[in-house]
Design a binder for this molecule. Structure first.
Ligand SMILES: Cc1cc2nc3c(=O)[nH]c(=O)nc-3n(C[C@H](O)[C@H](O)[C@H](O)COP(=O)(O)O)c2cc1C
Length: 305
């Protein structure tokens, strides 16, 4: 296979395919399956200031064009999470991204302060979960002021650790939000989190299927939205982008990189195709760049502009 390694914020990833946050739930066991399958990097399940039980079942459903989830950020909380993260980054050779979610700016700052001494390769602020709201009732990155305040507060403690702002597509101008995050010190942008929320109703029971009724939409249905968001953000910022949303095949990954993504998240595809999807996409990418005479994968990034 051709060399697929790529630099992102000065860190070399063996290939551009990463596991997005939340696709694997338990740290470390579920995440290790993506490592074994050949992912280039791993984003851990988002940690929150306090443990969260999550929403009632069912929390996830497949529908004909994608996937809906309302897990409700089930996680052990930052204090228990610290030892899990420490263990994970000491064991795993590929870069790890630690994901954090809070409903307040101070919550983000405090969590970054706790995690920074472990010196993880990356910290990602999940500013964009569509079914868990902040105290003000809104998703943080729907309000560009709140998103930038969170980045600014986190940057005070993350210092040299690259900080990634993960944004929601549910805004009027995602490029503007990304630009503001860059100005406040974000080192990279991750787009997109799930779309919606959406809903599926069972016509037999005559009720919404998800325990939480509403859930974030992911998988193939959202790919064109994700491609457009990455394209727009690429035109607005100089920092690198992680693109995700519906990436299932090597052709999707090529398209995402051409839109402007340096790293590509492959999430819901795991539910449809299994963890072997990483190997399949890598092989396709390798064959493609060889056939096209592309020497370095980096040449693909932003090619569509
Ligand atoms: C079951 C499930 C759980 C998720 N949990 C998180 C999470 O904890 N934190 C986060 O930032 N994103 C979470 N996401 C969003 C994904 O990281 C990703 O942004 C989204 O699913 C789009 O990519 P995909 O279409 O490849 O799945 C979750 C998605 C799914 C399907």
């Amino acid at each position: 296979m051709t060399d697929l390694s790529i630099k992102f914020c000065s860190v070399t990833f063996p290939n551009p395919l990463i596991l997005p946050s939340g696709i694997a739930q338990e740290i470390p066991q579920d995440h290790l399956r993506a490592v074994e399958a050949g992912a280039g990097g791993i984003t851990l399940k988002s940690l929150t200031p306090l443990p969260r039980e999550g929403y009632p079942f069912p929390r996830t459903i497949k529908y004909e064009h994608g996937f809906l989830n309302a897990v409700g950020l089930r996680n052990p909380g930052i204090d228990r999470g610290l030892s899990l993260v420490k263990d994970f980054i000491s064991k795993v050779k590929i870069p790890t991204i630690v994901s954090l979610w809070s409903d307040t700016i101070e919550g983000f700052a405090q969590m970054v302060q706790k995690i920074a001494p472990l010196n993880p390769p990356f910290i990602e602020l999940n500013l964009s979960c569509p079914h868990v709201h902040t105290k003000t009732g809104a998703v943080m990155s729907m309000q560009s002021d709140k998103a930038t305040d969170a980045v600014k507060a986190a940057k005070r403690y993350s210092k040299k650790i690259p900080l990634i702002a993960k944004l929601t597509p549910n805004v009027e101008d995602i490029a503007k939000v990304a630009k503001r995050c860059e100005e406040e010190g974000a080192d990279a942008i991750c787009v997109i989190n799930t779309v919606g929320p959406g809903m599926v109703i069972d016509i037999k029971t005559k009720k919404p299927v998800l325990g939480n009724k509403r859930g974030g939409v992911s998988g193939p249905a959202i790919k064109p939205v994700a491609i457009r968001c990455v394209y727009d953000v690429y035109e607005a910022v100089k920092i690198p982008i992680i693109g995700m949303g519906g990436i299932t095949t090597w052709q999707d990954a090529v398209e995402m990189m051409m839109a402007g993504a340096t790293l590509v998240g492959v999430g819901s595809a795991v539910f449809f195709r299994g963890y072997k999807v990483y190997g399949e996409i890598k092989q396709g990418l390798s064959d493609y760049i060889e056939k096209e005479g592309i020497k370095n994968l980096k040449e693909l990034v932003g090619m569509a502009h």
